[in-house]
Write a protein of this length. Structure first.
Length: 197
């Protein structure tokens, strides 16, 4: 039986404490709390929704298996995002090593398609999807260290201190990676806009 009070939103620390005591409902709450954010983060990082789903599932398996290794002085979200980021980087290294080309790009369901506003007409939906696809391709063109930093800062809205912990670098380096990534992203998007015109 859970030691959490009903009706109040438990903190990450409280949920994790209950989880380490064997409360699987607390673990499920952690999964529900972070699943969407992790999926978005990993999808933006890898550019493939199916791969992102696999990585997020593996992330939660590792959280479950390594729960005794978690240091409660660290932010739980930092620990979870670190695991997911490391798995995503491993996936990118694996792709590069085997020179794999994603053949599923044309067939994958874009995030924009999933969240398309039903009140929009077909032309507006197509335009939104094209913009989303161009943004995602621009993000994917960034070197992984800049890509990760930009996603964590601009999409996940994390503070630089937390980004630095997740990527394992000083705060100044995290800020530098975000700035350089933004500049490269801006140039890439300007090139895309020029091609469209």
């Amino acid at each position: 039986m859970s030691g959490l009070k009903s009706g109040s939103a438990a903190s990450d620390t409280e949920l994790f404490l209950e989880f380490t005591k064997g409360d699987t409902a607390a673990f499920n709450k952690i999964v529900n709390r972070y699943q969407g954010r992790l999926l978005n983060f990993v999808y933006r990082f890898t550019g493939d929704r199916e791969t992102a789903q696999d990585i997020v599932q593996e992330t939660f398996l590792r959280v479950y298996r390594k729960r005794e290794q978690y240091c409660s002085t660290a932010n739980l979200s930092t620990w979870i995002f670190t695991i997911a980021g490391n798995l995503a980087k491993s996936e990118l290294r694996h792709r590069k090593r085997w020179h794999l080309v994603s053949i599923g790009k044309e067939g994958r369901q874009d995030v924009a398609e999933k969240i398309a506003d039903q009140s929009l007409g077909p032309n507006q939906i197509a335009e939104k999807k094209a913009i989303e696809r161009n943004i995602q391709e621009a993000i994917e063109s960034l070197p992984p260290k800049y890509r990760e930093a930009v996603i964590l800062r601009d999409i996940e809205a994390m503070p630089y201190e937390q980004i630095a912990q997740i990527v394992g670098c000083p705060v100044g380096t995290a800020k530098s990676r975000v700035n350089r990534g933004r500049l490269q992203l801006q140039k890439k998007l300007e090139q895309i806009i020029d091609q469209i015109r």
